[in-house]
Design a protein around this ligand. Structure first.
Ligand code: PAF
Length: 288
């Protein structure tokens, strides 16, 4: 496995692959790899001749007071896992290279980024995400790029950004990978205090409860919302950041569930912010 730390070298390598018409799969990550990331790399490996993974904890997407400093960093382990899953190139730039002094340019996806995490984390979060992903696309020039459905809003923002800015890349969104108990895998899970770990499931349980209500033909978004909130807020260790039933295309709130809806939520537990979501409509799906 090749490790490239220099932007110029990464671009030269990408150009060489492009000229030879080699399909390039790209898995952007912030490291602290888990089975979710590995599932993206596996999918990329099945669809492309070469898989490039970036490992870069992007300071620009953390807002003041967020967990940039405590975000888990497990570089050595990441390399082992990436190599084990068949990643060909790991791109690992420094923040100084990615963000040179006197920079003035950002990328903003206006409407989609305003909702859900864009409200609770602030508009700057998705400006940070869209900007770094646009930069990475320019450097890595992938044929396909892989994102997880756990970050459903991020995947939509990136899809929109790639379309709007004419990046010649296919965005592939892959299913949420869960721990055995159902908790959506996240690098942040390792920061949940051990005693609180089982209680972190409240959001997942709430979302499943909402799905059950829809299965039982309760199509009123407000009552599904109320029941999920009530379930989550029963545990006083949990702070509900947001919960929304939205259109999976526009992220606008829905009143009636007469088509697929994205039920998306964020909680804080033991100082750790976790997100999860479920896609469901009057005809299911009833499991995931
Ligand atoms: O999902 C992530 O890990 C990050 O938001 C991403 C896409 C790598 C951009 O920094």
């Amino acid at each position: 496995m090749e490790i490239i730390e220099d932007i110029g070298r990464m671009r030269a390598r990408a150009e060489e692959l492009m000229v030879r018409r080699v399909d390039r799969g790209f898995v952007p990550t912030m490291g602290a790899l888990h089975e979710g990331h590995l599932s993206l790399a596996r999918r990329s490996g099945g669809e492309n001749a070469v898989t490039i993974m970036s490992v870069f904890v992007n300071p620009a997407q953390f807002m003041p007071g967020e967990d940039y400093d405590s975000y888990p960093r497990t570089w050595k382990k990441d390399l082992e896992l990436a190599e084990g899953i068949g990643v060909d190139i790991v791109f690992h730039p420094t923040a100084e290279q990615m963000y040179p002094p006197r920079r003035q340019t950002t990328v903003q996806v206006h409407e989609l980024a305003k909702r859900l995490c864009g409200i609770s984390r602030g508009l700057g979060h998705f400006i940070g995400v869209a900007t770094v992903v646009a930069k990475l696309f320019n450097i890595v020039a992938p044929t396909r790029a892989y994102f997880g459905q756990k970050d459903a809003q991020q995947a939509l923002v990136i899809q929109r950004m790639a379309l709007d800015l004419n990046f010649p890349v296919k965005i592939v969104v892959c299913p949420i990978i869960r721990a055995d108990d159902g908790l959506a895998l996240s690098s942040r899970n390792r920061n949940i205090p051990a005693g609180l770990r089982p209680r972190a499931l409240a959001l997942r349980e709430g979302l499943s409860l909402g799905r059950e209500m829809i299965r039982n033909r309760n199509y009123d978004a407000q009552s599904v919302f109320n029941a999920i909130c009530e379930h989550i807020l029963r545990d006083d260790a949990i702070e509900l950041d947001y919960l929304h039933l939205v259109s999976p295309e526009t992220l606008e709130d829905v009143e009636r569930i007469d088509d697929l809806v994205l039920i998306a939520g964020a909680i804080k537990i033991g100082g750790v912010r976790l997100i999860d979501n479920i896609l469901v409509g009057p005809d299911g799906p009833w499991d995931d």
